[in-house]
Write a new protein. Sequence first.
Length: 264
Amino acid sequence: MVFDSIIQYIHENFVYLHPGYTLFNTIVFGILLGLVILLIIRMFRWIDKDPKDLFIPLIPFIFFGSSARALVDNGIYPLTYILVTPGIYLLTGFSAIFTLLASVLIERKTGWDYRYIIFAVGVAMCIPNIYYTQHLNLVALFQVLGSWALVSAPFVLLSRKWSLLKDKFNLAVLLAHIFDASTTFIAVDFYGYGEQHVLPNALTQLADSAIVMYPLKIAVILPALYIIDTYVEDKTIRNMLKLAIFILGLAPGLRNFLSLSMGT
C-alpha cells in the first residue's frame, strides 16, 4: 500500500503525461540536475576531456530530444513515459554519455577524433525525427527566427568589444536563451500557448505578455556568465557549467520551436 502510494505520488508530481510544473518539482529537478552535473564533471576529469569541446557535437543530441518531444506534442509520436519528462531527458542524456565514453575509447584505439564520432551518432539518431518533422508552418518559423535575430543582433555587435561576449562559447549560451525566449514569446502571444514553468508563467501573467522572457533571460544569463568566468577557476567546472546552461536554453527552445512550427 505504501509502495503504491509512493509510485502514485511520483507519477503525479514528477512524470509528465500532461504539461505543467510546480514550485516543488522545479526545486527537486534543480537539485537533481546539480547532482548530475557534479557526476559529469568527475566523468570529464576521468576521461581527461574538456566539456567545451562538446559544444557543437552535442547539438544533434539536443535536437533529438527536443524534436522527439515536439513530435509527441503534435500527436505524431505516442504519449509514453520515455518521451516525456523525465523520460526523454534520461533517454537523451544516457545516450549522449554512452556515446561520449564509447567515442573516447574508439579515439584511444584508432586515433579518430571523438568529437566527430559523437556528432555522427547524434545525426544518425535524428534521422527518424527529421523524417516525421514535416509540413512546417513557415509563418511561425520566420516569426521566431526574426524576433530571435532582432534581439540577438545588439549582443552579436557587442561581442566585438565586450570581453565577456568575445568568448564565442559565452555568446552561444546567451543566444541559445534568447532563442528560447523568442519561441516562448511567439507561441504565447501569437498562438495561444501557455508557459509551463513557474517563474516565467508568473511574470508572463503579470505583464500579460511573454515578451518579459527577453529581459528575464538576459538579466539571468549575463550575470551568470560573468560570475562563472570571474570566480570559477577550474576549467572543467567552468566549461561544464556553461555547457549545462547552453543545453538548458537550446533544448526547450528547439522543442518549442518545432512544436509551434508543426502545430500551427
